[in-house]
Write a protein that binds this ligand. Structure first.
Ligand SMILES: Cc1cc2nc3c(=O)[nH]c(=O)nc-3n(C[C@H](O)[C@H](O)[C@H](O)COP(=O)(O)OP(=O)(O)OC[C@H]3O[C@@H](n4cnc5c(N)ncnc54)[C@H](O)[C@@H]3O)c2cc1C
Length: 484
């Protein structure tokens, strides 16, 4: 195996070794199953980050409407997490534009007779939808200001969280997790946990060993894409937890490098999948440029509506210098494409319903929003011909919540890429010798140089006085020894 060319994961690990940690978690080359490389994504990210941040702070994008208390349809609820950080502050509807409330009223009037009193009987998705949305006429639907409820560490963990992730990977992921994830027993040791002396031994051995994505070739493109999207979303959630972590001993919020290294850095495939998910969502966003130019944001203020359109257009324009990040046309082309498509869509719908089983309000909020965001991206990419993506031909393509969810999901992914850079730097700083050690090395170096210069001068004098033979390796000993 030592003659086998290094694959992406191995190069990734080698990079860590060669760069003293400066390139930690900096993958390069083509992002598998996309049409772009890691560098292009990082460059788009640096061009767009401030723009997407400004957009999600605008009036239209900061409010999200959902039912936070829908029953888990798959198993008995384990109850909600009672930590203060798990709770969500809701927004008084009367503060919001009337048009948005009428939206919900419209849905109520359009639903079958009497359905307002049987909310779960209302069909809340169309054939093209990849998500099962909350019924807007449900009495429990609330508005939430996303800026007041950031996704971060809440302390939600244990069997309840584990059951949700397990249901997603084991029952709704085409049974391919063992092929796509780190299926070999040694892979978890692939990247070092930084400490004063990183364990490089197992790392070097693993360079020649099997790596995470070995199952790739056995799994068809559509299933790989599905898995990578879910795994990328999971990575993104983990990164936010680590980026805004609550240190119980100091009582402070802040980035936690060990958390990042353990959950992401030690698993190159999880890092790669977040870039993948970013590339797919970005592709959907760029395809909506024309549609959103006509979209009625109805913020209750015409100037604000116009500002929203400009922000979106500016954001999308800055991604257009790069080639498309993902080619959706390569998907669902084989003989069994229709059944694969339906299976893909239905699994994803299930994932959106599983979000009602998340036992922490705030995690549920962001879980529901981000599955809706990903589902919206999938709908834009796979459910319609390109000609049906214009507002004129298809004004009902996206509802209010889908637009909000899509851009907030894109923002969450962008924030994850930003956090990766921060953790990269923290990692390098941790590997760098502390200042006292650097100072000591400098002093010893200066002293050695002084000693060598002295010895050189002395040797030169002795050669001139004929007390030292001219060393045979010097052709012309006086030349290099000048100016003495
Ligand atoms: C939808 C959802 C949203 C959540 N939101 C929050 C939140 O906002 N704040 C918060 O503090 N907690 C949140 N949690 C909980 C959090 O995700 C973890 O479950 C919890 O912190 C325990 O982490 P863990 O280390 O046990 O592994 P988990 O993250 O629970 O992972 C479970 C298993 O999945 C596999 N795995 C992990 N990451 C990946 C990946 N990227 N790709 C493929 N496989 C992977 C591993 O085998 C791992 O053991 C959320 C949970 C869910 C289900």
């Amino acid at each position: 195996s030592s003659h086998r060319p290094l694959d992406e994961n191995q190069l990734f690990v080698q990079d860590v070794l060669q760069s003293d940690g400066k390139d930690y978690c900096k993958p390069y080359g083509q992002i598998r199953d996309t049409c772009c490389d890691y560098q292009s994504v990082e460059s788009i990210q640096s061009d767009t980050f401030s723009k997407i941040q400004a957009l999600v702070q605008s009036k239209f994008f900061k409010y999200y409407k959902l039912n936070l208390w829908r029953e888990c349809p798959f198993w008995n609820d384990d109850g909600l997490c009672m930590n203060r950080d798990c709770s969500v502050a809701t927004t008084d509807e009367s503060l919001l534009p009337e048009e948005w409330r009428q939206d919900a009223l419209g849905a109520l009037q359009m639903s079958p007779k009497g359905s307002a009193f049987q909310p779960f009987k209302v069909c809340t998705y169309k054939d093209q939808d990849f998500c099962v949305a909350d019924d807007p006429s449900d009495q429990d639907v609330v508005y939430v200001n996303l800026l007041d409820n950031p996704e971060r560490f809440t302390g939600y963990t244990g069997p309840s969280a584990g059951k949700v992730w397990q249901a997603i990977y084991e029952e709704n992921c085409f049974n391919i997790v063992h092929k796509m994830s780190e299926g070999c027993p040694t892979c978890s040791a692939i990247s070092p946990v930084p400490s004063n002396s990183p364990p490089l031994g197992p790392l070097l051995q693993d360079l020649a060993g099997p790596t995470g994505d070995d199952g790739d070739d056995e799994v068809c493109l559509e299933k790989r894409v599905y898995y990578r999207l879910i795994s990328g979303l999971h990575s993104s959630i983990s990164i936010h937890i680590c980026d805004e972590y609550f240190d119980r001993t100091t009582g402070q919020w802040g980035p936690n490098l060990d958390c990042f290294v353990n959950r992401i850095g030690a698993h190159p495939e999880r890092l790669q999948n977040i870039y993948f998910t970013y590339a797919v969502v970005l592709r959907a966003v760029t395809k909506l440029d024309d549609y959103l130019a006509q979209y009625p944001f109805q913020t209750g203020d015409v100037a604000e509506d116009e500002k929203t359109k400009i922000l979106i257009h500016d954001l999308i324009s800055s991604t257009k210098d790069c080639p498309a990040t993902f080619d959706e046309k390569t998907m669902f082309q084989g003989a069994d494409s229709r059944s694969l498509y339906v299976e893909f869509r239905d699994h994803f719908r299930n994932v959106s319903r599983i979000m009602d089983c998340v036992g922490c309000e705030k995690c549920r909020l962001w879980g529901k929003l981000q599955t809706t965001g990903l589902g919206t991206a999938l709908k834009v990419l796979f459910a319609y011909e390109d000609k049906s993506l214009s507002y004129r031909s298809n004004p009902r393509l996206l509802n209010h919540n889908e637009v909000v969810a899509l851009f907030n999901t894109f923002n969450r992914l962008s924030e994850s890429l930003e956090a990766i850079q921060k953790f990269r730097k923290m990692y390098a700083d941790r590997l760098a010798p502390p200042p006292q050690q650097r100072q000591l090395a400098q002093t010893v170096g200066d002293w050695l140089k002084w000693l060598l210069d002295g010895a050189r001068t002395m040797a030169h004098k002795l050669i001139k006085l004929g007390q030292l033979p001219v060393p045979s390796f010097l052709d012309d000993p006086l030349e290099p020894l000048d100016p003495l």
